[in-house]
Design a protein around this ligand. Structure first.
Ligand code: F6P
Length: 547
């Protein structure tokens, strides 16, 4: 949008700069003067209770941030997205992951065609197939039932199903084994299949484009492994390989029957795709009903984002808070710290969602940005991180806003003793939120009798901002709600920064160069155009390999 005035020259931006220049807000003071913020700065969406009271903001800050959102027409772009307009400018595509969870009777048009019936047709086909695999009706080439499901994909065709499978493990068919292969390192596939019986193994080849070299290479090797184990009969492939893709032609070229293909569309971005056909492995794991509950969860937050007023709109608030720290405190990263073992892959999933979307340095019209864009997203489940990197968050020199995510009840069939551990887990979450926000003053440290030479070391300055997201249980619906919350938060930030959050040209160069370098490694070919450093590295690699 070239008629957009430069973001950092907007009066709403400079108003925030002036506001920030008034000094560093202190959480101790903010709570002392306004204890009511603990209840007021909470937004409820579906089953999520989102507490943003421990942020370095006042009512004035929030109002100024909302003015920035209005000035940058975040809601205008939101509406264009929901309407199916081609807001992914560089790829000239609609951005309609929200259509994947629309109810059957909804009408969402792309180029004059209602896409909702197609979405439900594929969901029904997936449900039928998942049901047949789960019941044992779908058998392998030798007639044995399928007991192992291996998803082969990378990026959005891996991270979503792999994350959600872990997250919802308590709901999965425990008699089936699920594995996720993504890395072109042969070790990944080797470890995934080494203890499996090919006759009982189903491969799901997940690739939007069906041209991604890692996935096609792994799928080709998986086919060789399968055929070697089943006597080399090509027709075995039909019972052991299905594809999830937008590219029917390439799927057929690979040798997968188009009847065994589950389709999605170019208006679903890879990192927004696990609620499309890409979720087939998950659907087999948790069953079609649970999968649809998850879609309902996504929809709750979609509707909230579409309709809630700015001051109570959770994705808007979280997006704006991120902008407050990234652009006005120079925060470089954002930690996502789930206090749930089941969310062990949640942050890795968000890394692609956020960093592939908003890791951009030009505006939508191609002009360079003059402001920070997406943060480095990182984190692992609590309490493990507490014994590793939390030291740096507490006492290091960096501003690191963090999300603490927890649940009131444990999921799964835990023993009473293990269930009782849940309170200890959550006590850690609450303790961290408190310690990060309020720290411990030198005076408090001295009052404990700490020797003077240690006081500075044992003082916590606090004032580290956190959002606390609580829900009662980690259910399929709640997972859908959480993911949609982050999807729309990322959207909000991209809209304010005026970048295209839906392309990913930054991953292309590496792909092209890898193809060019490979012959130098395998055949020692002379590859023109390699820089001197890479040429030397390639020579060293070949020496080591042959030595
Ligand atoms: O890494 C780039 C990327 O294009 C991602 O956006 C995508 O999720 C991933 O590769 C996999 O792509 P595909 O599903 O087409 O194999």
């Amino acid at each position: 949008m070239s008629d957009n005035p430069k973001l950092s020259r907007r009066p709403e931006w400079t108003a925030l700069e002036d506001h920030r220049a008034q000094g560093q807000p202190q959480l101790r003071d903010l709570f002392a003067t306004d204890p009511g913020r603990a209840e007021r700065y909470v937004v409820r969406v579906g089953d999520l209770r989102i507490d943003y009271s421990k942020h370095l903001v006042t009512d004035e800050t929030l109002a100024l941030l909302q003015e920035l959102a209005t000035a940058t027409d975040v809601f205008g772009l939101r509406d264009a997205m929901f309407r199916g307009e081609r807001i992914n400018l560089t790829e000239d595509r609609a951005v309609l992951h929200t259509a994947l969870r629309a109810p059957r009777d909804a009408v969402i048009e792309v180029d004059g065609e209602n896409v909702v019936p197609k979405v439900h047709e594929v969901l029904d086909k997936m449900s039928d197939f998942a049901g047949r695999v789960r019941s044992g009706e779908w058998t392998g080439h030798t007639g044995k039932r399928i007991r192992n499901v291996v998803n082969i994909g990378i990026g959005g065709s891996d991270l979503g199903p792999a994350m959600a499978y872990e997250a919802l493990r308590a709901f999965t068919a425990r008699e089936l084994t699920f594995r996720f292969v993504s890395n072109v390192d042969g070790a990944d596939l080797h470890e995934a299949v080494r203890d499996l019986d090919p006759a009982e193994t189903l491969f799901i080849v997940a690739s939007k484009t069906f041209t991604t070299i890692e996935t096609i290479t792994n799928a080709t090797s998986a086919r060789s492994w399968l055929l070697a184990g089943l006597g080399g009969e090509d027709k075995a492939v039909a019972r052991h390989f299905v594809a999830l893709s937008t590219n029917a032609e390439k799927v057929t070229d690979f040798g997968i029957d188009p009847d065994n293909m589950f389709e999605f569309w170019d208006w679903v971005g890879g990192r927004y795709s696990y609620d499309s056909a890409i979720g087939l492995s998950l659907m087999i794991a948790i069953g079609p009903e649970r999968f649809r509950e998850m879609l309902d969860g996504f929809r709750i937050v979609d509707e909230h984002f579409r309709t809630a007023p700015a001051e109570a709109n959770a994705p808007l608030l979280l997006g704006l808070l991120g902008i407050w720290y990234g652009n006005f405190f120079d925060a470089q990263s954002h930690a996502v710290l789930p206090y749930s073992h089941y969310l062990s892959k949640f942050t890795a999933y968000l890394q692609q969602l956020d960093m592939e979307s908003n890791g951009k340095s030009v505006q939508r019209d191609g002009h360079p940005v003059g402001w920070q864009t997406g943060p480095v997203v990182w984190g692992t489940p609590g309490t493990n991180g507490q014994h590793a990197y939390y030291q740096l968050i507490h006492q290091g020199t960096k501003v690191i806003p963090a999300d603490l995510i927890g649940f009131a009840r444990p999921v799964g069939e835990l023993s009473d003793e293990l269930k009782a551990q849940h309170d200890l887990l959550m006590a850690n979450l609450f303790a961290q939120g408190q310690a990060l926000a309020f720290g411990k003053t030198a005076q408090e440290v001295r009052a404990e009798g700490v020797p003077e030479e240690q006081v500075a070391h044992r003082t916590f300055k606090g004032n580290h901002p956190t959002t606390t997201i609580l829900a009662r249980d980690l259910t399929p619906s709640v997972l859908g709600q959480l993911i949609a919350l982050y999807e729309h938060k990322v959207f909000v930030q991209g809209a304010v920064w005026n970048i295209d959050s839906f392309d990913q040209w930054g991953v292309e160069l590496g792909k092209v160069l890898a193809k060019r370098v490979e012959p130098a490694l395998t055949e020692g070919a002379d590859v023109p155009g390699l820089d001197p450093s890479t040429t030397a590295l390639v020579a060293a690699y070949r020496d080591l390999k042959e030595g």
